[in-house]
Design a protein around this ligand. Structure first.
Ligand SMILES: [Fe+2]
Length: 257
């Protein structure tokens, strides 16, 4: 079985079970991470040696470039998306991040995710959800907020730093769960980069499963212990980030029942 078809089938079989039991098959997730780690750009007919040229083909976005680039029509999407597969269980595609661009800090509420770098160098920074009673943590004062205008509490999320490292095509796939690494940002370093992305279940804004964007707040108080939370604040989608669809050149994927 072709490599991409194999990882799709394996992911689908595992994530389908999560609808019945959210704690099902943790070992299966690890096995899926291993299979995903073997995926290379060539499995998707993506020619990594053409990455510098291909990024120029990302489409301009008439609605966004006015705000993002002062009306510069040469401004192209910072991120492209190749749609590969989606059904009620999972969604799969490739994100292409232009040189010097990023996918800003965001989350996937209640979802699992796997991402595997296909080419380039991506700086991945993740944050984990705090599971203990976080009301015991005093909310500190933050840089950029006057004392009489603190950030609104309902916009704050206490987290702990997870991964903060670079990933390339030879790195293993990153596994994100509803608690581990669910908040993350991805930035291309030194050139364009691309990664294969699997999410389950897919976003569904109708039932509140929608992406939110965040910014890291800088505390003005020195951290008293390692367990002090990193506070994130929910923000609107940054105006310099948008994503446009790009043609997917790879093999068709199907899930025969
Ligand atoms: Fe993400």
């Amino acid at each position: 079985m072709a490599a991409l078809q194999k990882v799709t089938r394996q992911a689908w079989d595992i994530f389908r079970l999560f609808f019945k039991d959210r704690n099902a098959n943790i070992d299966g997730l690890k096995a899926l991470q291993e299979t995903m780690s073997k995926i290379q750009a060539s499995d998707l007919n993506i020619d990594a040696s053409r990455a510098m040229i291909e990024q120029q083909r990302l489409p301009p976005n008439p609605a966004a470039f006015e705000a993002a680039a002062g009306g510069d029509p040469s401004q192209r999407a910072p991120v492209g998306y190749m749609h590969i597969f989606e059904d009620g269980v999972m969604t799969m595609g490739v994100f292409i991040i232009r040189e010097g661009s990023r996918i800003p800090l965001h989350n996937h509420p209640g979802m699992h995710g796997l991402l595997k770098v296909l080419y380039g160098d991506i700086s991945v920074r993740t944050f984990n959800t705090i599971t203990e009673d976080w009301t015991k943590f005093p909310i500190s004062k933050f840089e950029g907020f006057p004392e009489n205008e603190p950030p609104k509490k309902h916009l704050l999320a206490p987290t702990r730093l997870g991964i903060d490292q670079h990933f390339t095509a030879s790195s293993e796939a990153v596994l994100l769960t509803p608690r581990e690494g669910n908040y993350h940002s991805l930035e291309s370093v030194g050139g364009p980069a691309a990664f294969l992305d699997i999410l389950s279940p897919p976003y569904d804004p109708v039932i509140g499963r929608d992406c939110q964007y965040f910014k890291e707040l800088k505390s003005l108080q020195p951290s008293s212990s390692e367990s002090d939370p990193h506070w994130l604040m929910c923000i609107s989608q940054p105006h310099d980030f948008w994503c446009d669809e790009v043609h997917y050149p790879g093999p068709e994927i199907s899930i025969p029942s």
